[in-house]
Design a protein around this ligand. Structure first.
Ligand SMILES: *Cc1c(COP(=O)(O)O)cnc(C)c1O
Length: 426
């Protein structure tokens, strides 16, 4: 395969943008390459500027559950665009999508639309603090909730209770109130609640952790989080930016049968346009301005074109619930093929799969948390990634991203993918 045009474009891009990209995960540094520049995409396929065709499992890191450029969605976007791109005033579609969200996720009684997942989680946490009158929050090591200051923390090395910024430019004061627990580790959560009695405003969690590869919650873990937050008057926030409308129409909360107090959405909810949302119990959301005293605003929030794409995407998912059976079955086929390859060859491969999300780690031990995820052999991942790319399978250039299966992936795509990835493991 020839990547000359991408390389030329990359040389130009690095001169005017940090690392040549507008989001660091798009850089290919960790796999020792330079990124492909994309020309267009349709269905399950993505095409770079050198004319190479790939089966796409990045799906824009989650939004593409229907595949690329689905006709009905494009048509809805075109129709909306003709009527004007933004007004700074209410439109019908904002209410329609808020109603659809409530119908699909009954815990979201009241919703505020925003433009990115980062904004959604940042605002949900502010609301939880305003509601409880408390400052501290708990997050989990390895879970990602966007790049707002207070959430870019890593656990301090000494005690779990001291967290430090995980990015330059974040003042220590901003992360003092963020406590870090360990995913799938009930004791680490219990300890934080005991040491910070009546001080914890919110606990935020990815119900399936999908930013350290894919790590499912252990049986009972989400129920435990529901119970301990309820006992302590703490707002339970499910960050469903990835899992919302992906694991089921009602997201992870429906999939696992656990009802959070607040939920954040992104990725799929905008159908490929920049849109996200946060919401929850009316009693909590009534604290958001202009009703309440928690300030939060956005010039492009509830954008008319983005709501058009979001509504059409949710309609398609709602009207064809068998989509979830299809994409889950496709993901399972890939996971099974990789596991079989591991058994046959004796290579250390661990595969986690939940619904249409999956991730292969190059380690023998079960991956149940961040330390497990980071034990994967990075050179093996890099080789695997490179082989897949050269053979027409487009994966995220990072061990810590999920593979996203869409409804546009055909049986033929899945068969070819299994074949390529089994070879890629060698
Ligand atoms: C992607 C993601 C975010 C951030 O969303 P952006 O739209 O990139 O700001 C937040 N939480 C989770 C779980 C995500 O996967």
């Amino acid at each position: 395969m020839n990547f000359d045009t991408s390389k030329e474009l990359f040389d130009q891009a690095v001169k005017v943008m940090p690392g040549g990209v507008n989001s660091p995960v798009r850089a290919y540094g960790s796999v020792g390459r330079t990124p492909l520049f994309i020309d267009h995409a349709k269905g399950s396929k993505i095409y770079d500027v050198d004319g190479n065709e790939f089966i796409d499992y990045v799906c824009s890191y989650g939004p593409g559950i229907l595949g690329h450029a689905r006709e009905e969605v494009i048509e809805a976007v075109q129709k909306a665009a003709v009527d004007g791109l933004t007004f700074g005033a209410p439109t019908r579609r904002e209410t329609i999508i808020a109603e659809m969200i409530k119908e699909m996720m009954p815990s979201m009684e009241v919703t505020r639309l925003v433009s990115s997942g980062t904004e959604a989680v940042m605002s949900a946490i502010r609301t939880a603090r305003g509601f409880t009158g408390r400052d501290k929050i708990i997050k989990f090591k390895g879970c990602y909730h966007g790049h707002s200051d207070g959430l870019l923390v890593k656990a301090g090395s000494a005690a779990l209770t001291s967290s430090v910024p995980d990015s330059a430019g974040v003042p220590e004061g901003y992360t003092k109130t963020t406590l870090v627990a360990l995913y799938n580790n009930e004791d680490s959560v219990r300890e934080l609640f005991e040491e910070n009695k009546d001080e914890i405003a919110a606990l935020v969690v990815e119900p399936v952790a999908a930013n350290m590869g894919v790590v499912p919650p252990k049986p009972g873990f989400l129920r435990f989080l529901r119970d301990i937050t309820a006992e302590n008057g703490t707002v339970l926030i499910f960050d469903e930016v990835i899992t919302g409308f992906r694991l089921s129409l009602g997201g992870a909360q429906q999939y696992y049968g656990i009802k959070p107090d607040m939920t954040t959405l992104g990725k799929i909810v905008g159908g490929g346009m920049p849109m996200a949302a946060y919401g929850g119990r009316k009693e909590i959301m009534d604290h958001v301005s202009p009703v309440g005293k928690v300030y939060q605003a956005g010039t492009l929030s509830g954008n008319p074109v983005a709501t058009a794409a979001g509504i059409k995407t949710l309609e398609i998912l709602r009207d064809d619930p068998a989509i979830y059976d299809r994409i889950d079955a496709s993901a399972k086929k890939i996971a099974d093929a990789l596991r079989k390859q591991g058994e046959k060859s004796g290579q250390p491969i661990w595969v986690n799969q939940v619904g249409s999300l999956l991730c292969a780690y190059f380690t023998k031990d079960p991956v149940v948390d961040y330390d497990g995820a980071t034990s994967s052999n990075m050179q093996a991942f890099s080789d695997y990634f490179g082989y897949a790319l050269e053979h027409g399978v487009y994966l995220a250039p990072s061990q810590y991203e999920a593979m996203f299966v869409s409804d546009a992936h055909t049986e033929e795509d899945i068969r070819k993918t299994c074949d390529v990835l089994m070879h890629a493991c060698k």
